[in-house]
Every structure is written in structure tokens, then in C-alpha cells.
Ligand binder design. Structure first.
Ligand code: ADP
Ligand code: ADP
Length: 227
């Protein structure tokens, strides 16, 4: 079975009495744009962190293409991750930042050059290849982070409020870029936000989180029908 399957997953952080994520189950189809929407503290980041492998599951399992990955280290899960605070290497050029995951995977040099160029084109940063992150705007830095997360063609791209640190104009622009990237790559995207408008604009389906549980799952039109 292709896709990502979350089965009865819970997280009880050490020293707390209430689970941050409480028996969540959800199937995410291949190529789907799935958004976790909900207020602050509802468990969205914890769920995404368990998918990424940054936080251990207390109960339940996570399967990717039928394989249980719940106990695998993050780098063994083959997922790209982008958080609000883009953690670019400040002393490396845009090209070298994006090449980094390919070098770690011992990709041949010629292929690295080709893939980095393609991916910088995808995020419209071809003219900025030699810049340092500090010489770019916030929106451009986030596009570098997106490029670095997808350059090795991971199984899915996980994003936690990637537009949260940007002003309104840049946010709208990057929203359109992310929608276009999703169409062009055909990759599974999992996106965390507390912004309903953002969720409605981008998603194939939305999982609405509240107090650690998924309250509703559905297509934007089904969840928020106009009267
Ligand atoms: P969201 O992403 O929806 O804002 P989080 O997953 O960050 O929600 O948080 C869910 C709940 O878990 C909150 O009550 C939060 O305080 C708690 N929490 C988050 N991270 C930790 C942690 N490392 N240790 C203990 N509690 C945490
Ligand atoms: P795991 O089982 O995934 O290792 P832990 O319960 O050990 O998860 O917590 C993960 C990390 O979050 C730990 O480093 C812990 O110190 C830290 N942490 C604990 N309580 C909080 C909190 N209230 N807010 C943010 N981080 C916290």
C-alpha cells in the first residue's frame, strides 16, 4: 500500500499529564497536499515531529508505503522537512546549501550540479546561486530551505508554518510558489498551519486538530461549505 498511514498515534511528553497527540489515525495518499490545521497547542507540530522522527511516538505506528518507520531515525525515513526558522548554513552559498543533502548521500558530482540547478530553477533562485543566505530576503531564504528539502526527491515534504515568519505580501507569494511546486513535483506535501485561509487555499484535504485529536478530515469545500 503506497502512502503514509498514521495508526492510533499518541504522544505523552515526559513530565506531562495530558497527551499532546491523542490516538490520531490518518491516511495520506500518494501525492496529496494534506494540511494539519488547528489552534496553538492542538498537537500539530508534535504530530509532524513524530512523522519526521524528531519526537518518539508513545503509542501507535507510522507506516510509509506499508513499512513501519516509527522507530527509524529521521534520516532513514526519506522525508524532506522545512520549519518556520529556516536553518540554512550561513557560511555556505545557496548552491552549497542545496547541494548538501546530495553530498551526504554521496551523489555523483555531475548529478549534484544538474539537480541543484533544476531545483534552484524550480524555486526561481537561479540568479542567486552564489549568494550567502544573509544576502537574501526572508522569502528567498525560505525558498532555499524548500529547495534543499526536495532536492534529493524525498518520499514527502513536511512543512511546519513555513510562511509564519514572513510579511503578508511575501506570504501570499510563497503560498503560490508552494502550490506550484506541489503541482510540478507531484510529491506528497504535509503542511502545518493555524491559518484557515492558507489551509483552504493550498490543500487537497485538511485535518482539523483540536486538543491533540483530529476533529474532522475533508476537502476544503466539504469542511467549509458556504451557506
Ligand atoms: P501546535 O503545533 O498545534 O501548536 P504542539 O504540538 O506544539 O501544538 O503542542 C501540543 C501540546 O504539547 C501543547 O500543550 C504543548 O505545550 C505541549 N508540548 C509541546 N512540545 C512539548 C515538549 N517538548 N514537552 C512537553 N510538552 C510539550
Ligand atoms: P521523546 O520521548 O521524543 O524524547 P521527551 O518527552 O523526552 O520526548 O521530550 C522531548 C524534548 O522536549 C526533551 O528534550 C525535553 O527536555 C523537552 N521538553 C520537555 N518539556 C518541555 C516543554 N514544556 N516545552 C518544550 N520542550 C520541553
Amino acid at each position: 500500500a503506497r502512502g503514509i498511514r498514521i495508526k492510533g498515534v499518541s504522544k505523552l511528553y515526559t513530565g506531562t499529564s495530558h497527551p499532546a497527540v491523542d490516538e490520531v489515525s490518518l491516511d495520506i495518499a500518494d501525492g496529496e497536499f494534506m494540511t494539519f490545521l488547528g489552534p496553538s497547542g492542538s498537537g500539530k507540530t508534535t504530530m509532524l515531529s513524530m512523522l519526521a522522527g524528531f519526537v518518539s511516538v508513545s503509542a501507535g505506528s507510522i507506516e510509509i508505503d506499508g513499512r513501519d518507520v516509527s522507530r527509524l531515525k529521521p534520516h532513514k525515513r526519506d522525508l524532506g522537512v522545512v520549519f518556520q526558522q529556516y536553518a540554512l548554513f550561513p557560511h555556505l552559498s545557496v548552491t552549497k546549501n542545496v547541494a548538501f543533502p546530495l553530498q551526504q548521500r554521496k551523489t555523483p558530482k555531475a548529478e549534484i550540479a544538474r539537480r541543484v540547478a533544476e531545483t534552484l530553477d524550480l524555486v526561481h533562485l537561479g540568479d542567486y546561486a552564489d549568494r550567502l543566505p544573509g544576502q537574501l530576503s526572508g522569502g528567498q531564504q525560505q525558498r532555499v530551505a524548500l529547495a534543499r528539502a526536495v532536492v534529493y526527491e524525498p518520499r514527502a515534504l513536511l512543512m511546519d508554518e513555513p510562511l509564519g515568519a514572513l510579511d503578508k505580501r511575501l506570504r501570499d507569494q510563497l503560498q503560490r510558489e508552494i502550490a506550484r511546486m506541489h503541482r510540478e513535483l507531484g510529491m506528497t506535501f504535509i503542511f502545518v498551519t493555524h491559518d484557515q485561509h492558507e489551509a483552504l487555499t493550498l490543500s487537497d484535504r485538511i485535518a482539523v486538530f483540536n486538543e491533540g485529536r483530529i476533529e474532522q478530515v475533508g476537502k476544503p469545500a466539504d469542511l467549509y461549505e458556504r451557506p
